[in-house]
Design a protein around this ligand. Structure first.
Ligand SMILES: Cc1ncc(COP(=O)(O)O)c(C=O)c1O
Length: 405
C-alpha cells in the first residue's frame, strides 16, 4: 500500500507565533557555545521577578486539601467573587458573567470562537499580540488589521478603524497596555472606540492583562468602565501582574446590556462546560492575589522603570533606530531603518547571540521594520545587549543598506 503524508488542516496554514518561532534559531546558535542574551520572552520568572509567596502557599494548600478534581466550569466561587470586586473597583458596571480560564489565552480563544463565523472579521490591533491572528486563522475569519499610530505614541488610529469597519465586522480587539509596543490608551481614544462599537454593534475585546504594570504614575482605564451598555469582554489574568504565567490562570469579564448579550453568554458557557474547567488548585491563588497588598509590584516596577529608561535611551542613541517610550508592560518596539526585520534578527542572533523578535511577527505598517524587545532582563544584561545591537546595526546597514537604499 502506498504511504502518503498526513495532510494537516488548511486552517493551520497561517498559524505562526513569532515569539516562540525565533527560539528554534536561538537554540541552534546556543548549541555552538555562543553566549546568548535573551530579550524575547515575556515571562518575568525567567528573570529576577517572583510572585507573592502567599499565592504559591494558597495553591499548595489547595492541593493538600485535595482540591485536585475538576473545578466548576466558570471557576471557583471565591475566585469569581474576587474578580468581580476588582472589576467593580475599576468602574465596570453591568457585569453579566465572569469565568476563569486556562490563561487569558483560553478566554480569548473561547470568546472569539463563540462569536465569529467563517468569513466574518474582527478589527485587530497592528502591531498586536499574535495569538489573536492565530485564532482567527483557525476560525477561518478573514483578517481585519487596524493600525496603531507610531507617530502618536502607538495609540489606535481611529480614522483607520473607521475605514476598516464593514458589514462582516463583529468585534474590535484592544490590547491595553499593548504587547508589543508598551503603549497605554488615552481615555479620549477609548471613548471613540466605544462610540464606534455602539454604533456598529461590535463586541469589544479588551485585553488588559498588563493593567497593573504602568510607568510614570499613569492610571489605567478599563474601556468597559466608560459605558455600561457597550458589549465588552475584559480579559485579565495572573500571568503578568502577579508573575505566575505557569499557573495558566486567566479570566473574562462580560459587561453590557443583559438582553443584548444573553445568547452570546450562553454560547460562551457551552464551550466552557464542554472543556470542563480551568486548572483547579491555582484558582485558590486568585483571591489571595487580587486581595493582596501588591507590594511585589512596587519592587518590580522600580526595576522595570530603570530598565525601560535604559532601553529607550540606548535604542534612540543608535543612528537609524527610534524608540517610542513604553508607558506600560515590559516591551519596547523600536523602529529600524532597514529593509527586512526577519533577516536582521536572524543575522543579529547568529552574530551576537542577542535574541529579540522581528516586528513582522506582530504586524506593522508595510514597508516599516521593527524589533520587539522584552526589557525584563537585568540592567547589565540589557546594557550589554544594546551595545551589541548598536555595533551590529552599523555593520548590518553598511552591508545590506537602509530601507531607502
Ligand atoms: C496581550 C496578551 N494577551 C494575552 C496573553 C496570554 O496570557 P496568558 O498567559 O494569561 O494566557 C499575553 C501573553 O504574553 C499577552 O501578551
Amino acid at each position: 500500500m502506498a504511504i502518503s503524508a498526513i495532510k494537516p488542516a488548511v486552517r493551520t496554514n497561517n498559524i505562526t507565533y513569532a515569539v516562540r518561532d525565533i527560539v528554534v534559531l536561538a537554540n541552534e546558535v546556543a548549541k555552538s557555545g555562543k553566549e546568548m542574551l535573551y530579550l524575547n520572552i515575556g515571562d518575568p520568572n525567567l528573570y529576577d521577578f517572583a510572585p507573592p509567596k502567599n499565592m504559591v502557599e494558597a495553591t499548595y494548600e489547595a492541593m493538600l486539601k485535595n482540591k485536585n478534581g475538576y473545578a466548576p466550569s466558570s471557576g471557583i466561587k471565591s475566585a469569581v467573587d474576587a474578580i468581580a470586586v476588582e472589576a467593580e473597583q475599576k468602574g465596570i458596571q453591568n457585569i453579566q458573567d465572569i469565568f476563569v480560564t486556562t490563561g487569558a489565552s483560553e478566554a480569548i480563544e473561547i470568546c472569539l470562537t463563540a462569536l465569529v463565523n467563517e468569513g466574518e472579521n474582527v478589527l485587530t490591533p497592528t502591531p498586536g499580540y499574535p495569538l489573536y491572528t492565530a485564532i482567527q486563522s483557525k476560525l477561518q475569519a478573514y483578517e481585519n488589521p487596524y493600525y496603531l499610530d507610531e507617530a502618536n505614541g502607538w495609540q489606535p488610529d481611529i480614522e483607520d478603524i473607521k475605514s476598516k469597519i464593514n458589514d462582516k465586522t463583529r468585534a474590535i480587539i484592544l490590547i491595553n497596555p499593548n504587547n508589543p509596543t508598551g503603549s497605554n490608551c488615552d481615555t479620549e481614544i477609548l471613548e471613540q472606540v466605544v462610540e464606534l462599537a455602539v454604533k456598529h454593534n461590535l463586541v469589544i475585546f479588551a485585553d488588559e492583562i498588563y493593567d497593573k504594570l504602568l510607568f510614570d504614575a499613569k492610571q489605567h482605564v478599563s474601556i468597559a468602565a466608560l459605558n455600561k451598555d457597550v458589549s465588552c469582554v475584559t480579559f485579565g489574568g495572573l500571568s503578568k501582574n502577579y508573575m505566575v504565567p505557569g499557573f495558566r490562570i486567566g479570566w473574562g469579564i462580560i459587561s453590557g446590556d443583559k438582553a443584548v448579550l444573553k445568547d452570546y453568554i450562553e454560547a460562551i458557557n457551552k464551550i466552557l462546560r464542554a472543556r470542563l474547567s480551568a486548572n483547579h488548585p491555582e484558582q485558590y491563588a486568585i483571591p489571595v492575589a487580587l486581595g493582596g497588598d501588591h507590594s511585589h509590584l512596587t519592587e518590580a516596577m522600580e526595576k522595570l522603570h530603570l530598565r525601560r529608561d535604559l532601553t529607550v535611551e540606548m535604542m534612540n542613541a543608535i543612528d537609524g533606530i527610534s524608540c517610542v517610550k513604553p508607558e506600560g508592560a515590559f516591551y519596547a518596539f523600536p523602529k529600524l531603518n532597514i529593509k527586512n526585520d526577519n533577516h536582521f534578527v536572524s543575522e543579529l542572533i547568529k552574530s551576537t547571540g542577542v535574541v529579540v523578535v522581528p516586528g513582522t511577527g506582530f504586524g506593522q505598517v508595510p514597508g516599516t521594520s521593527h524589533i520587539r524587545i522584552v526589557f525584563l532582563p537585568q540592567y547589565e544584561v540589557l546594557e550589554k545587549a544594546y551595545k551589541n545591537i548598536g555595533t551590529f546595526y552599523k555593520e548590518y546597514v553598511d552591508k545590506y543598506g537602509t530601507a531607502e537604499d
